[in-house]
Design a protein around this ligand. Sequence first.
Ligand code: PBG
Length: 324
Amino acid sequence: MPIAELRRLRKNKNIRNWVSQHELRPKDIILPYFLVEGKNVKKPISSMPGIYHLSVDNLTKDIKEIKGLNSVLLFGVSNEKDNRAKNSYKKNGIVQKAIKAIKKEFKDLIIISDVCLCGYTSHGHCGIVKNQKLKNFEIDNDKTLKILAKIALSQAQAGADFVAPSAMMDGQVKTIRQALDKRGFKDTGILAYSAKYASCFYGPFREALDSKPAFGDRKTYQMDFRNSYQALREIKQDIDEGADIVMVKPALAYLDIIYRARQEFNIPIAAYNVSGEYSMIKKLSNRDKNAQKELALEVLTSIKRAGADLIITYWAKDLLKWLK
Ligand code: PBG
């Protein structure tokens, strides 16, 4: 056997582009936003260079300036928090207002809204806390489900295309699907945070949402990183409960999970390139913008190569420019 001359396929840029197998496409990119009350607010988030807290008026201004944007994921940052997350499902809540404003101005933009309690609870947990004692607190799964259904419904009423439950409560997809169907929102889809791991890569995000748990951690609801087949069970269950799209989160440290999910299931898979994964690379390469671009493209393409269809990433704006 002659030795394969594999370098022929890398001889120049044209040939490399010609035979390249995995491409990031603008339409796959989902841009997350952190929304706050008020007018004309644009406040940098120190843990995430280049990312801001925006008021709704600035959100629509911002969207207007981005060419090729296909979808957004909305998070609300509440400044009035309580232990029942009451502000999460208000008709006039931050996210609900933002959805309406976007729908009015940008008919074709796909709106995904995060469905969780953590941005609205005083203790920062994603669910209703049963026993607030530091050592043996418990998250009440079924009480949390009721709130999640209310949030999803309020967002669907505002005009969200997809709601994205991220609390990792058992039965959240089914509960939300039933609530939506009952109220006539058959067309509102569910993008489920299915395999969501308890990860330290969420650190910068928790600063942005001011949602760091005041006590305990999220390990009784988010997944243990020592497990992989459990992720497939979580995904399977969400599909059975009615998810339209499933998600693996974080992305970079979990490419094996994305790959396995891709082999196993015939459903669109989203991957969340989370805050810590973003900030890590951003800070590592901030002094050399070209290196930064190359590095970001390398890791984002690896997510695609692993098998993700959609990528939620704080690089979205840069990426849309780079891919032009
Ligand atoms: C929780 C939620 C988290 C993220 C999105 N929704 C993580 C958490 O605090 O547990 C993380 C996103 C990121 O890090 O970019 N509902």
